[in-house]
Design a protein around this ligand. Structure first.
Ligand code: NI
Length: 218
C-alpha cells in the first residue's frame, strides 16, 4: 500500500478512536465497579516491578534523523510503546491511549515525561515514515527507529517480541508483536507495564502514583 494512503487510513482509525475515547469517558462514570476488577489484575504485574530487570542503554535514530541514546532522555520519565507504522489497528489504538493518558496529566507532569514510540520494523519505518506517523498522534510523541541491530538490542532489553509474518503472495509482511505500554523512571527503572486491557483511567492513576503526585488510596 502506498504510504500516503496508509497514513490516511491510520488517520481515520485515530479519528474513530478519539470519538470512541470520548464516549468511553462518559461510560466510565457508569462502570466504576468494572474498572476496579480490571485494576486488581494489573496491580499484580505492577506489584512485581521491583524485581524485574527491564530496560537498558540504547542507541537509535529519532524521527528528525538525530542519533539518540538513553542519555538524551535522562532525568525524564519515559512512557514507551513498541510497534510499527504499518500496524492496521493495535498500534494506532495504543498510541492514542498513550496520548490520552498524557493529556490527562498536569502540565508539570507532562513536562517530566517523554513519549517514545519505538519501531520493531526498522526496514520499513524509515526516519521520514516515522516523522509522518508520529505527527498523526501528538507533537510531543517521539518516533525512534534505527538499524535492525539497534532495534534488536532495545527489543531484547525491554523483552519485546516481534516476528514478521508474510501476507498475500509473500511479497509483503505484517509483524506480530507484543503490546505493552511501559512507564519508566528517570533512572530507567520500570515503574509500570500496562496491558491493552488496562483502562486509560487506571494508567493515569498509576502514573500519578508513581510520580508521587497522588497518595496511594489502598
Ligand atoms: Ni501493532
Amino acid at each position: 500500500m502506498d504510504i500516503k494512503k496508509r497514513l490516511f487510513r491510520t488517520l481515520i482509525i485515530v479519528a474513530i478512536g478519539l470519538s470512541i475515547g470520548g464516549l468511553m469517558g462518559l461510560m466510565q462514570i457508569y462502570t466504576q465497579s468494572n474498572a476496579q476488577v480490571v485494576n486488581k489484575g494489573s496491580r499484580a504485574i505492577e506489584g512485581g516491578m521491583a524485581g524485574i530487570n527491564l530496560g537498558g542503554p540504547f542507541e537509535l535514530v529519532d524521527h528528525t534523523g538525530k542519533t539518540v541514546t538513553q542519555a538524551d532522555y535522562a532525568d525524564q520519565y519515559k512512557f514507551m510503546y513498541f510497534g510499527f507504522t504499518y500496524c492496521p489497528a493495535i498500534c494506532p489504538t495504543e498510541l492514542q491511549r498513550m496520548v490520552q493518558v498524557m493529556k490527562a496529566l498536569s502540565p508539570e507532569q507532562q513536562e517530566q515525561i517523554e513519549m517514545l514510540f519505538v519501531s520493531v520494523d526498522p526496514a520499513r519505518d524509515t526516519v521520514d515514515v516515522m516523522a509522518d506517523y508520529v505527527s498523526l498522534f501528538d507533537d510531543n510523541l517521539i518516533g525512534l527507529t534505527g538499524t535492525q541491530e539497534q532495534v534488536d538490542e532495545i527489543m531484547k532489553n525491554y523483552r519485546v517480541f516481534a516476528t514478521q509474518v508474510p501476507i498475500d503472495d509473500g511479497s509483503d509482511y505484517t509483524v506480530d508483536h507484543s503490546s505493552f505500554l511501559y512507564f519508566m523512571s528517570p533512572e530507567n527503572k520500570p515503574l509500570a507495564v500496562f496491558r491493552m486491557k488496562d483502562s486509560v483511567e487506571y494508567m493515569i492513576e498509576e502514573i500519578q502514583r508513581n510520580m508521587g503526585a497522588v497518595e496511594t488510596a489502598l
